[in-house]
Design a protein. Structure first.
Length: 256
């Protein structure tokens, strides 16, 4: 993995003509991607940093893969969900509203990651269904590196609506018929944010090994040439302010 410059001073986006539907296999030949291993954080800080990275995507100019954990038990729920509908579905607290859609996700033992793509990247032009499928093909490939056979769900089979890991959606990652990985997305003019969760209970795998497998699969499947990413002072302060002013506030989390 190459060392990269820090924060917003890193690569500037190259101007490229937009195409209707780029062929990823033609564009995935050894491209620089940023890797951010940010460790554990509280619920508000985790959501804030993902949103700040999304806003910074046009300046960064390259995709960012971020691995992170949780400093304590928590649960996140989709941007469009109603707080009253989810607060009775779990005892985990705090409950934090994600910047992405999807359903309720427990964060008491999961492995979380996010991906951010600038508008100039080919992933940004994919429809939501296709980017969802591709990210889970990546996760499935990572499990394959570790010798774990998984599959993508062929169709939706929900048992309890509103809960991400009760039943599954089409293209979720399944192990022995049970969902073990899901994701949620958000597209803006700044870029594409994907937030993913792996529920590893019963897998007998080590998180560090899975993260290395994700990087290996990214190199093989996406042509990613990993460069270490270190948020600069400006980005760090923006995330800290957003966590305090938005994601830790009941007015935001309970507003629907």
């Amino acid at each position: 993995m190459r060392k990269g410059a820090s924060g917003l001073a890193q690569s500037k986006a190259l101007a490229r003509p937009r195409t209707q539907r780029p062929d990823l296999h033609l564009l995935m030949q050894s491209q620089p991607w940023y890797l951010l291993e940010s460790g554990v954080g509280d619920a508000a800080s985790n959501m804030a940093l993902d949103e700040v990275l999304l806003h910074a995507a046009p300046c960064l100019g390259q995709p960012v893969l971020r691995f992170y954990g949780w400093s304590g038990p928590a649960a996140s729920f989709g941007y469009f969900q109603k707080y009253a509908d989810v607060e009775g579905l779990t005892l985990l607290r705090p409950l934090v509203r994600r910047p992405t859609g999807g359903g309720l996700v427990p964060h008491d033992a999961d492995w979380t990651y996010s991906l951010v793509f600038p508008p100039v990247h080919c992933w940004y032009s994919l429809c939501a269904r296709e980017s969802y499928r591709r990210v889970h093909e990546w996760v499935r490939a990572a499990f394959g590196v570790l010798g774990l056979a998984t599959e993508l769900a062929p169709a939706c089979s929900k048992t309890f609506p509103g809960q991400c890991f009760q039943g599954y959606e089409a293209h979720d990652v399944l192990w022995r018929g049970q969902k073990i990985a899901g994701a949620a997305q958000r597209r803006t003019r700044d870029g594409l944010l994907i937030q993913g969760s792996v529920q590893p209970q019963g897998l007998s795998l080590v998180r560090a090994d899975w993260e290395q497998a994700m990087c290996a699969a990214g190199r093989a499947e996406q042509g990613a040439e990993w460069m270490e990413f270190k948020p600069d002072t400006l980005l760090t302060e923006q995330a800290r302010a957003l966590a305090k002013q938005k994601y830790s506030q009941a007015g935001y989390n309970r507003r629907r």
